[in-house]
Design a protein around this ligand. Structure first.
Ligand code: ZN
Ligand code: ZN
Length: 359
């Protein structure tokens, strides 16, 4: 079934006549048009039982018209206000129960309602729910993005040593990815050394790596619009007993979680495997975030693998497995692989070795 047909099935279930899709990433998904929707895109895709109309403007008209040549998507290029074009569609027959994605800003919602002459309902997470289980071509694109990150890591890890600059390493990784098939990085790459490695989302700053530093390298590439995400932590100079104790605890937890992953499990149950392992080693309190998250067109998407997640893992979901231990003032370790959930368990896209590495 096509993505549009699956959406129409969902609209039926929700009792909706039409959905106004406002998130560019969801429009990208439903249309399948690749390499078009940049951060400046501000159009809407109106999907009803009969039609799918993509409202855009002059800036995207040529590209989208070419993309849509063999698709059921109608391209409507507006020279004026988007909301007026939208209102004209919504005023059509049989579209009384039309909802707009709830991610639009309050300002946009007000102007859409004003143009439509009524307050549209809002809908949350409908297209996102279609995106959670990946199709084969999506899985292949994610595997390519994971390979781009693996290759960049292999190249850059040679540069990680006492005296090296974290920012230079991050730039080298980005350069390598983007000259080897990636169109972008999936997020601001993290290279954090020493005390900063104890901050799970440390922004990469200019740091000189010192002996005894954990160096956390969290990277991801975008290939064909799909993201990857992986983390490795290495030790600079010499590994102390404490370094080894923390590292081995995270590695064991990560391997347990990978080995235990099964379809039918909840995000909470998957998280509990790693959390239980770290708690046994006395590091339960130092693992302050969830085990992982879905990855696809976005680097953070559903499902969530965390203490509070009721999401159920299903075959075809692509998720990260990334336990960590963070000791403020000392440092932190995170080990993150990207996997697809299959009937038998997790198939790992991340090929970079994860045995403790002292550089
Ligand atoms: Zn990551
Ligand atoms: Zn991640």
């Amino acid at each position: 079934m096509s993505r549009l047909e699956r959406l129409r099935g969902r609209l039926d279930e929700e009792g909706l006549d039409a959905l106004i899709v406002a998130r560019a990433v969801n429009i990208r998904y439903l249309t399948g048009f690749s390499g078009v929707f940049d951060s400046g895109f501000a159009g809407y895709l109106a999907v009803s039982a009969e039609t799918a109309t993509l409202i855009t403007d002059f800036r995207y008209e040529q590209q989208l018209t070419a993309c849509a040549a063999d698709s059921p998507i109608l391209i409507e290029s507006t020279s004026g206000e988007y909301v007026e074009a939208l209102a004209t569609i919504v005023a059509g027959p049989g579209l009384a129960r039309t909802a707009i994605e709830d991610t639009v800003s309050v300002t946009t919602k007000k102007s859409v309602d004003k143009a439509c002459g009524r307050s549209l309902a809002t809908a949350a997470g409908i297209v996102e729910s279609l995106r959670v289980c990946k199709e084969e071509p999506e899985i292949a694109a994610i595997a390519r993005a994971a390979a781009a990150a693996d290759d960049a890591f292999k190249h850059a890890v040679e540069l990680v040593r006492v005296g090296a600059s974290t920012r230079t390493i991050a730039l080298e990784i980005e350069w390598h990815m983007r000259t080897h098939g990636a169109t972008a990085t999936a997020f601001e790459l993290i290279v954090a050394a020493g005390k900063r490695s104890s901050m799970p989302h440390a922004v990469t700053q200019e740091q000189t790596i010192e002996a005894g530093d954990f160096v956390t390298i969290d990277i991801g590439a975008v290939v064909d619009d799909y993201c990857s995400d992986m983390t490795r932590t290495v030790i600079a100079g010499e590994a102390s007993a404490e370094h080894r104790r923390i590292y081995e605890a995270v590695l064991d937890a990560q391997r347990s979680a990978l080995g235990g992953l099964r379809p039918g499990m909840s995000g909470r149950e998957a998280d509990a495997v790693a959390r239980g392992s770290l708690t046994e080693r006395g590091f339960g309190d130092e693992f302050g975030h969830g085990l992982g998250h879905g990855v696809g067109l976005e680097v953070h998407e559903r499902p969530r693998l965390a203490r509070t997640s009721d999401d159920v893992l299903r075959t075809g979901m692509v998720v990260t497995i990334e336990p960590g231990v963070y000791v403020p003032g000392f440092g932190g370790v995170r080990i993150e692989d990207l996997v697809v959930v299959e009937d038998e368990g997790a198939r790992n896209f991340t090929a970079t070795p994860k045995e403790l590495l002292v550089v």
